[in-house]
Design a protein around this ligand. Structure first.
Ligand code: 3UK
Length: 507
């Protein structure tokens, strides 16, 4: 079992401890503007902590919004908040004033640190939500910018003596639909995720160089690009905008060894590997969305690397079902991560036997606590979180993803999982990306409809529609084939790489 002392501050553990051990000279965070050792990051975080307390009036327990693309400065702000005993509310860079306002209101955000380049939308949100008293800009040359305020401050700071179960971050679900949901996490949760999944499935060392695309506002990115590397004394490269081609170039440039990104990004990168030197790369982690077997195969062909898949959720902070490089099973997400429990339930909440499809439930040291009490009462039963995913568990304990429960298609009396049809289509050489939904149909209730983005050099038309349909019929049970296929130039996705099937359903 995971044991934590009663008093615990995650910034002391992940940042200060390395300097105290005399390892402050190790390389820590690299970005477009900064290249910091552990000692430099610590001094920066300490100066910012003084600004929070002295200039901004931040008190322990205050909720402080962070807004910016991935950068060492954003990470320094995150650690400064932990040091000051405040609560970090990190937000996605693409959010607009309306969404930022919802978060400010829900989390009762009183202060903000914001990249100067992204100030406008937040300023508009502040007009509607005066609870947000003070915004300070970083990456700024202004007189009242964070850099100017921090310049005169000491590089030492006495961390606030927080309890291990004090809330240290409020994470909002990236959400494929509807309103953002806030989830609460403690200082000990931050340490718990570093002790559960990484030592079992990633096995990184202090020599590793981490890199990847997920925003730090998405807990997949916060863990993979800051917390996990720092928990082993490794270094990490933070890229503001990591499109697949930028990410490939950066892996080569920084000789990165561990990569975190979403399945679609691996798929796109697999097609462009040729021009880049990826010989440094050792481990590649895929999460955020189901990993199609075809994408796993493409990446392995292109790089020789077996992807490490893992399902995580904002509610649970990080990954709870996964595998290592040597025990991957194409088509399965993996087995439950030590420290967590997971099972598949029927509609009545009874545990289903192996092989039956039902609702995934998970319980563990890091979840699940919603900001909204009513949501907590309705969605979390005795600590078990229903993730909203349909899964089956096989006889060997591997969990096999089917679909989001709302994405199961019922057609002519058959239950069809859209992602299974997507996986079949993705193996066809003409298909770059695809999304499958149930479309209302008088006769069958729903029919399977596929939206397909073609690879260059392939021509949309009835001929290709028939070819793709025959291809699916030859790969999986024929009744699952897409009766309708529409070609699109691109698919709607969230900032975290998730396909927004609800947008495809809108006529
Ligand atoms: C889906 C997956 C199949 C699934 C996340 C790693 O994605 C993360 O958190 P979110 O709250 O979304 C959770 C939902 O995303 N999903 C994520 N990974 C997989 N489905 N296979 C996967 N490997 O529907 C889940 O319920 O945005 C992922 C670490 C931290 C995270 N927050």
């Amino acid at each position: 079992a995971l044991q934590f002392p009663e008093r615990l501050n995650c910034a002391s553990e992940l940042l200060d401890a390395w300097v105290d051990q005399g390892l402050g000279d190790r390389s820590c965070l690299t970005g477009a503007r900064h290249r910091w050792t552990y000692a430099q990051l610590q001094a920066e975080a300490n100066r910012i902590a003084h600004v929070l307390v002295q200039d901004m009036g931040v008190q322990p327990g205050n909720r402080v919004l962070l807004r910016g693309g991935n950068s060492p400065m954003l990470a320094a702000c995150w650690f400064a908040l932990q040091k000051a005993g405040a609560i970090a509310v990190a937000t996605m860079p693409l959010l607009r004033a309306k969404e930022l306002g919802q978060i400010v209101a829900k989390a009762q955000v009183t202060h903000a640190l914001c990249d100067a380049a992204l100030g406008e939308e937040l300023a508009r949100a502040q007009v509607e939500h005066p609870v947000l008293q003070r915004i300070v800009h970083y990456h700024s040359e202004a007189e009242d910018g964070l850099e100017a305020l921090a310049a005169g401050k000491p590089g030492q700071f006495q961390n606030v003596d927080t309890a291990s179960d004090d809330v240290c971050l409020i994470a909002f679900t990236s959400g494929t639909t509807g309103q953002p949901k806030g989830t609460l996490h403690f200082h000990r949760d931050v340490m718990a995720i570093c002790r559960c999944w990484p030592p079992h499935c990633l096995k990184a060392t202090a020599e590793d160089v981490f890199i990847g695309s997920p925003p730090l506002a998405f807990t997949f990115g916060l863990g993979g690009l800051v917390l996990f590397p720092m928990s082993v004394g490794a270094s990490s490269v933070l890229l503001e905008k990591a499109t697949p081609d930028v990410l490939l170039g950066a892996i080569a440039q920084h000789r990165a060894t561990v990569c975190f990104t979403a399945p679609t990004s691996y798929r796109a990168m697999a097609g462009q590997v040729g021009q880049h030197d990826l010989t440094s790369l050792r481990k590649c982690v895929s999460a955020g969305e189901a990993l199609p077997a075809a994408t796993r195969a493409l990446w392995k062909e292109a790089t020789g690397i077996e992807l490490i898949d893992g399902i995580g959720a904002t509610e649970m902070l990080h990954i709870f079902i996964s595998h290592g490089e040597s025990d991957a099973r194409p088509g399965a997400t993996g087995r439950v991560v030590p420290g967590y429990q997971a099972c598949v339930l029927d509609e009545e909440g009874q545990v289903l036997p192996p092989g039956s499809i039902g609702r995934l439930a998970v319980k563990g040291p890091t979840g699940c606590r919603y900001l909204d009490d009513e949501r907590q009462r309705n969605y979390v039963l005795k600590g078990w979180n229903l993730t909203g995913d349909a899964y089956l568990q096989d006889a060997d304990g591997y969990f096999v993803y089917q679909a989001r429960t709302d994405d199961m298609i019922i057609s002519g009396g058959y239950n069809i999982a859209g992602p299974e049809v997507e996986s079949a289509l993705l193996a066809h050489p003409a298909v770059a990306e695809c999304g499958v939904i149930g479309q209302a149909d008088e006769e069958r209730g729903q029919i399977v409809k596929a939206f397909v983005v073609l690879r260059p050099g392939h021509k949309a038309g009835p001929e290709l529609v028939r070819q793709l349909q025959d291809y699916v019929k030859a790969t999986i049970a024929p009744y699952k084939y897409p009766r309708a296929i529409e070609f699109l130039p691109s698919l709607p996705r969230t900032e975290t790489g998730k396909l927004q099937r609800f947008k495809l359903r809108q006529p």
